[in-house]
Write a protein that binds this ligand. Structure first.
Ligand SMILES: Nc1ncnc2c1ncn2[C@@H]1O[C@H](COP(=O)(O)OP(=O)(O)OP(=O)(O)O)[C@@H](O)[C@H]1O
Ligand SMILES: [Mg+2]
Length: 506
């Protein structure tokens, strides 16, 4: 058995946190090695050490690549040795074209003489490797969908011709179809001899792809073994260190009959003038969790962002709150009426990197105050602390920058921010994206409790188990239209049935 990569005694500390504690791990040549673990377990930190983001000297321990000891002082060093990585948070330049993004890492000597025709053709070749051949290389990245951006990042990593490709939560923003494309790419590249380190919270994926599974918890490597040695339940137990008896809670309240919220006749056009939502009306009852399912491109996010007043394209439609028509020109109007939206694109519209954990949480709360000059600092801190505890947000210090939190914990901060303003209606787009199983169960149980307190939810999700697991009612969208509605009080709708309508069946 030959090992392509071996690490010995890797430890890494941040102020107040031991992110990694003496990790010893060997990666076999040509395997797919999955790393799983709860939010904040240390997975991304580990990866950042392997690929030079945390340079030699900022951690303890040793890295051996093909038997040779290595010191990476930058990501470039690691790339040159054959280690490429696609990080959890995307790092593309939104204002630049697809082509420019793909070739940005290359030293384009004498930029005045760049042959863009040639490069665009080359770019297209790379786009093809990740199933993006329909994209024009001169498109600006900001005009791509989240899933497309993710696949573009992968193309960009492949161009380095790596020996080891590290993927940190690669499918968290991919549709079912895009995920399939990615899996085929991984299999193909594996056949060609590439080795993968694959981080994911989606255990189905891990079981489908991985040869070996390593479980991290609280900065420790708990166990490494062949996939065959595990079953799902065992992995979950190792991850969270306890039994999760029930992923989806039994609903504490039944939805009432009265409608609290209505969006009527919504028509939405994207930047290119194409109709993406076609005359859609939805209503929401008190205490209800309404699931909105659809594949990428179905128009779900466009619809909810238009309702919220934050969509970038053109839209028309009417919004009724408790029977009264309300005017919404911007998210501020929504928040005033007690309607909150949790966006799906965390990095772009979500957390504010220059602010602390606490300020990120209390942002909306402070914004909503009538008298912005008088803030009860004690009250604010008390509320924030309560939420941090309730959502089990893992942070060593509330005053620290939000960027010090792991990806999943940043997502929880966004949830806390929206709960803090005590909305009556929460629209939540992909609530558990990138969140581990333990935290997922906690978020579902929190939603359950909040409905008991009178809050109603519209939940956009691409995960069928989640849609079926907690929605009282399910709407299915396909190509901008609602194609089916299911009463789901008894939770007996099948995934196949929903998928049928999501793919255009009738
Ligand atoms: N730059 C940083 N400064 C301070 N603390 C950090 C920093 N980066 C990570 N941490 C802390 O180190 C721990 C491990 O974080 P890491 O991002 O590696 O977790 P993760 O396993 O990738 O989690 P997730 O699944 O949520 O992405 C967490 O407690 C996190 O708060
Ligand atoms: Mg991470």
């Amino acid at each position: 058995m030959s090992f392509i990569l071996e690490v010995k005694n890797i430890s890494k500390e941040f102020p107040g946190v031991k992110a990694l504690d003496n990790i010893n791990l060997r990666i076999k040549q040509n395997e797919v090695h999955a790393i799983v673990g709860e939010n904040g377990a240390g997975k991304s930190t580990f990866i950042k050490i392997l690929c030079g983001v945390y340079p030699f000297g900022t951690y303890n321990g040793e890295i051996y690549l093909e038997g040779e000891k290595k010191k990476f002082f930058s990501p470039k060093d690691a790339e040159e040795e054959g280690i490429s990585v696609v990080h959890q948070e995307l790092s593309l330049f939104e204002e630049m074209t697809v082509s420019e993004n793909i070739f940005i890492d290359f030293n384009l000597v004498n930029k005045a003489f760049i042959n863009w025709d040639f490069l665009n053709k080359q770019a297209l070749k790379w786009l093809k490797t990740v199933g993006l051949e329909h994209i024009n290389p001169t498109t600006k990245v900001k005009d791509l969908g989240v899933g497309e951006k993710q696949l573009l990042e992968i193309a960009k990593a492949l161009i380095q011709n790596p020996k080891i490709l590290i993927l940190d939560e690669p499918t968290s923003s991919l549709s079912v179809k895009e995920t399939e494309v990615l899996f085929n790419i991984i299999k193909e590249l594996k056949n060609k001899g590439l080795t993968f380190i694959y981080i994911s919270h989606k255990l189905e994926e891990v079981f489908k792809l991985a040869d070996t599974i390593s479980v991290f918890r609280d900065g420790h490597l708990i166990e490494t073994n062949n996939k065959e040695a595990y079953e799902r339940k065992k992995v979950i137990n190792l991850m969270v260190g306890r039994e999760i008896s029930q992923m989806y809670p039994k609903r504490l309240v039944k939805p009432k009959d009265n409608v609290v919220f209505e969006a009527k006749n919504f028509n939405v056009y994207n930047k290119f003038g194409r109709k993406v939502v076609d005359n859609v009306s939805i209503n929401l009852r008190e205490n209800e969790i309404l699931g909105l399912f659809g594949l990428i491109g179905a128009g779900r996010s466009e619809l909810v962002n238009s309702i919220y007043g934050s969509y970038k394209g053109k839209y028309v439609g009417e919004v009724y709150f408790k029977g009264e028509k309300i005017k919404i020109n911007s998210p501020i109007d929504c928040i005033k009426h007690g309607i909150a939206l949790l966006t799906e694109e965390r990095k772009l519209y979500g957390t504010i990197p220059t602010m602390s954990v606490k300020d990120n949480i209390s942002l909306l709360y402070l914004n909503q105050r009538k008298n912005k000059f008088f803030v009860d600092k004690y009250e604010e801190l008390k509320e924030v602390s309560k939420l941090v505890e309730q959502l089990k947000i893992k942070t060593s210090n509330l005053e620290e920058s939000i960027t010090t939190l792991s990806g999943g914990n940043q997502q929880k901060v966004l949830l806390a921010r929206n709960i803090m303003v005590l909305p009556e209606i929460i629209i939540i787009d992909e609530p558990t994206r990138g969140i581990d199983v333990g935290a997922k169960a906690e978020i579902y149980s929190l939603m359950n409790k909040l409905t008991q307190e009178g809050i109603s939810f519209i939940m956009v999700s691409s995960e069928l188990p989640e849609i079926i697991g907690i929605s009282d009612r399910i709407l299915v969208m396909h190509e901008g239209k609602i194609t089916a509605e299911f009463d789901n009080i008894n939770k007996n709708i099948s995934q196949e049935e929903i998928m049928h309508y999501a793919t255009g069946g009738n």
